[in-house]
Design a protein. Structure first.
Lengths: 257, 269
């Protein structure tokens, strides 16, 4: 498998996280997370279930508030800006949910139109139609335009979910477990789509996953969340070239040795 | 500086979970915030006119069959049950007035509200609850759309608008049921029946019914939306949201009925 080039650490930072803490009651999920995402980089975040990977990206888009720490997205402090500014910032940050989160009472067309007509009111009907078809074509699912989400397969739902975020032309993409629950062939297709989105739409991305094949295929850099902190960051080889008993089983399970 | 004091994880661990009374006040505070948010955001642009119309159609038109059946049967049964008591005093001619007043003042608003609490409240609670569980509400948030405005404001407004309309419709259908019963057992024409009924209804009765119906509609929409919007994760949470929307909705409707009856009786004396 072709591994991607690591990002230059001199590039502009689009996300900067310093000393981030988050607890739910007595359960301390994040304990001093420090992380940077560079421009046009795909950063893969790995970690066991329940280690706070999804919590981290939900904090980045302001769905959760941190207990302590500094989160800057495209130069703005997410937890300090007004709701209006947060909405404006969210236009630049796409979020692909683990279960796609498609609006199940709407067709694929209406799902894609929904964020567009509310955020770009100057667009005519024809322009909205063109944009919807453009992103559906980009994810290879133009033929599903009039279908309901319940009529789509898991892989198709993921693609439509990604298309719905792309329609707002985001600068940053956050993928929550993009390959979870999919067959290996569809996983490869989703990996290819993530890379295509990076190249075609010039996005910077954080990809949350357990899937090391996905991590290797899409990540310029890998960060591993261990005990609420990023203790290992770097290229795929740098992260997994270790005897650390918390890291080794990950590799051994995914690539049987 | 003491390291223990710096670490928020340790600080959180030392915080005790709130007790029952504290939780009750926290919920009350949360409800107040939810209602305040509706008044703060619901009437400001951008307006979700299409969604409001869709909700009015869903809440109003789709409840018509059930409301019609219940209203009609209530009219028939109430008239049938009232006749013997009035007959004892030779006052069966008062039946149209009695039915008219009873239906408009209490039966129609209460019946409509209780049916709507069951049908509309549970459906709003379940719909928003499942949207919360499947992260569809979060998806609206992250796509820079205000889900509160789109989901909550439209549903609360729709139920506040449609329940009063349904209330008067129930009263009308109930009167038709009563007329059927009256015309089967007495020599009263439809014209005389409606004339007697309407003559006994005052402007205050209509005002009181309208105000009550608006209040009931607002309560049904608000309770359903609050329960669904704040439902906990999992399918169990969706069921709980739907159930709580009905139970709390009905409970509040009865309380509001008692208070409003007391309030409007002040103007009758």
């Amino acid at each position: 498998m072709q591994q991607k080039k690591p990002t230059s650490l001199d590039a502009e930072k689009v996300i900067e996280i310093n000393g981030l803490y988050k607890s739910f009651g007595s359960y301390h999920v994040l304990r001093g997370v420090d992380l940077d995402l560079y421009k046009r980089e795909n950063l893969v975040v790995l970690g066991k279930s329940g280690t706070g990977k999804s919590v981290l990206i939900k904090i980045i888009v302001g769905l959760l508030t941190p207990d302590q720490g500094d989160v800057r997205v495209l130069g703005q402090h997410v937890d300090q800006i007004s709701y209006k500014d947060l909405l404006a910032l969210r236009l630049k940050v796409g979020f692909s949910f683990q279960n796609s989160a498609l609006y199940d009472s709407m067709t694929v067309r209406q799902n894609l139109q929904f964020p567009l007509v509310r955020n770009q009111k100057q667009l005519t009907k024809a322009e909205v139609q063109y944009e919807v078809e453009r992103v559906l074509d980009a994810v290879g699912l133009l033929q599903t335009i009039n279908q309901m989400p319940s009529e789509l397969s898991g892989g198709q739902r993921k693609r439509i979910g990604i298309a719905r975020t792309l329609i707002l032309k985001p600068e940053v993409m956050l993928y929550d477990e993009p390959t979870a629950g999919l067959d290996p062939i569809t996983c490869l297709e989703i990996n290819a789509l993530i890379n295509e989105v990076q190249e075609r739409f010039h996005t910077s991305s954080i990809v949350i996953t357990h899937d090391l094949t996905c991590a290797k295929a899409v990540g310029n850099r890998v960060a591993m969340l261990l005990d609420g902190k990023f203790e290992r960051q770097g290229t795929f080889e740098e992260v997994f070239n270790t005897e650390d008993s918390r890291v080794k089983p990950f590799y051994e399970y995914n690539f049987i040795q | 500086m003491d390291k223990k004091a710096e670490d928020p994880a340790i600080m959180q661990q030392e915080m005790k979970p709130p007790g029952k009374i504290s939780r009750m006040f926290l919920t009350l505070y949360d409800v107040c915030q939810f209602v305040t948010r509706f008044f703060k955001e619901g009437f400001l642009p951008p307006y979700e006119g299409k969604e409001l119309m869709r909700q009015c159609y869903d809440i109003g038109y789709r409840s018509l069959a059930l409301i019609s059946l219940t209203g009609f049967i209530t009219g028939v049964v109430f008239t049938k049950q009232s006749r013997p008591s009035l007959a004892e005093f030779g006052a069966t001619s008062w039946l149209p007035s009695l039915v008219g007043i009873a239906l408009l003042r209490t039966l129609a608003p209460l019946l409509t509200a209780l049916i709507a609490a069951g049908k509309v409240g549970s459906s709003i609670g379940a719909e928003l609850g499942s949207m919360r569980v499947t992260e569809q509400i979060d998806a609206m948030e992250v796509s820079a759309t205000n889900p509160f405005k789109f989901l909550v404001s439209t549903r609360v407004m729709a139920s506040t608008i449609t329940i009063p309309i349904l209330t008067f419709y129930t009263a009308m259908v109930g009167m038709l049921g009563a007329l059927l019963n009256v015309s089967l057992f007495e020599d009263t024409s439809a014209r005389a029946f409606f004339q007697m009924s309407l003559e006994s209804i005052t402007f205050l009765d209509i005002t009181a019914s309208t105000v009550k119906a608006i209040l009931f509609g607002f309560t049904i929409g608000m309770v359903g939306c609050y329960q669904g919007y704040n439902s906990s994760k999992g399918t169990e949470g969706v069921g709980k949201a739907a159930n709580s929307a009905v139970v709390i909705g009905m409970f509040l409707i009865f309380i509001e009925e008692v208070i409003s009856v007391q309030f409007f009786s002040l103007f009758r004396s």
